[in-house]
Design a protein around this ligand. Structure first.
Ligand SMILES: Cc1cc2nc3c(=O)[nH]c(=O)nc-3n(C[C@H](O)[C@H](O)[C@H](O)COP(=O)(O)O)c2cc1C
Length: 321
């Protein structure tokens, strides 16, 4: 649902779970830190939202060994949730992040249900706008993606997090590695998710042929970037449909995976996403998100499209609020 009406100009605003985004372009978790590094390169106030690096209750140093490896059309990462811990995030990063203007989304991760719930309780009392519950990180040994692969495991963490953070809108970030993504998604909605983000990275690997061993200490890593975009788009398309089958409850989708400009973003918005996130594309080209916002506006102006709901080609009015 758009709410900001400007005189004739296309309205890029979006409301997701009651949170107002001035445009649908959000910095993806883990690719933007807490906004600090990019402040000198782009006007952060123009972004629709900023999603933090995955936060855990206690500080984590992340994985050892190589953490990033480029592929011809993508990026493999095995960062392993390096972060200062939720209390330090709230004290040291959040006040500055809050002042920038965009919607602040805290990406929450953990190894156990208890750890997730304790973290959620702290975030419930913090000045963030939304929690993105990460049950899809492929780069940690315990927790992370294991919760996102099957509906029961997902409910076991979404339920307690929902309970621990009753005041915050809750998006659950899904794994493209789940054998039945729609089943996990429906279970998350039943357990209290207000929105769903998709997709996290795809489990993948690389081998160092000279050293004759896997590049990453964990063997597998997460693939993102242009290589995954058509698959991620197909997943958004299918999930949009699956959540509208009889008996299912529809919630807004935040789409991502390989988006590197306005044309890519438009595909996701047409497929049914209410907003999009951009991650890997920011590394080689920090202006990507700003150019995407400008490009969306130009496209909508040229095509006579007044608001984001009109971009959705799946038919019917969107339930986004
Ligand atoms: C270096 C790196 C770190 C990431 N860290 C996180 C994270 O902490 N939490 C999370 O939910 N997703 C994380 N992701 C996944 C991204 O948020 C996003 O879902 C994925 O990269 C697909 O989008 P993209 O192709 O635009 O990068 C990370 C991705 C990259 C490349």
């Amino acid at each position: 649902m758009s709410i900001l009406n400007t005189d004739g100009a296309p309205d890029l605003s979006q409301v997701i779970a009651g949170v107002v985004f001035k445009n649908p372009v959000i910095a993806a978790s883990g690719t933007f830190g807490y906004g600090r590094e990019y402040g000198e390169l782009i006007d952060l106030s123009r972004l629709g939202g900023i999603c933090t690096k995955g936060l855990t209750l206690r500080p984590r140093t992340g994985n050892t060994g190589q953490r990033i490896h480029e592929t011809p059309a993508g990026l493999l990462n095995s960062i392993g949730l390096e972060n200062p811990g939720i209390p330090a995030f709230i004290e040291k990063e959040l006040p500055r992040l809050r002042e920038l203007g965009p919607v602040v989304i805290a990406n929450l991760s953990g190894s156990t249900v208890e750890e997730y719930a304790e973290g959620a309780a702290l975030l419930n009392d913090a000045a963030i706008d939304m929690i993105e519950l990460n049950i899809s990180c492929p780069n940690v040994k315990a927790g992370g993606m294991t919760f996102g692969l099957d509906p029961e495991a997902a409910v076991s963490v979404v339920g307690p997090v929902r309970k621990a953070a009753p005041d915050k809108p809750l998006a659950v970030k899904l794994s493209p590695n789940a054998p039945d993504l729609a089943a996990v998604a429906r279970a998350c909605v039943r357990a209290g998710a207000d929105a769903l983000s998709l997709v996290n990275t795809f489990k993948a690997m690389a081998i160092d042929i000279r050293r004759r061993r896997p590049v990453f200490a964990n063997v597998s890593a997460g693939l993102s970037g242009p290589a995954v975009r058509p698959i991620a788009l197909r997943m958004v398309w299918e999930l949009y449909g699956a959540l509208r089958e009889p008996g299912a409850a529809a919630v807004p989708l935040i789409g991502m995976g390989g988006i590197a400009g306005a044309e890519d973003a438009l595909e996701f918005l047409m497929a049914g996403a209410s907003a999009i996130q951009i991650g890997s594309a920011t590394f080689p080209h920090p202006q990507t998100m700003i150019e995407t916002i400008d490009g969306l506006k130009v496209f909508m102006e040229k095509e006579g499209i007044k608001n984001l709901a009109e971009l959705n080609i799946r038919g019917g009015a969107e339930k986004t609020a």
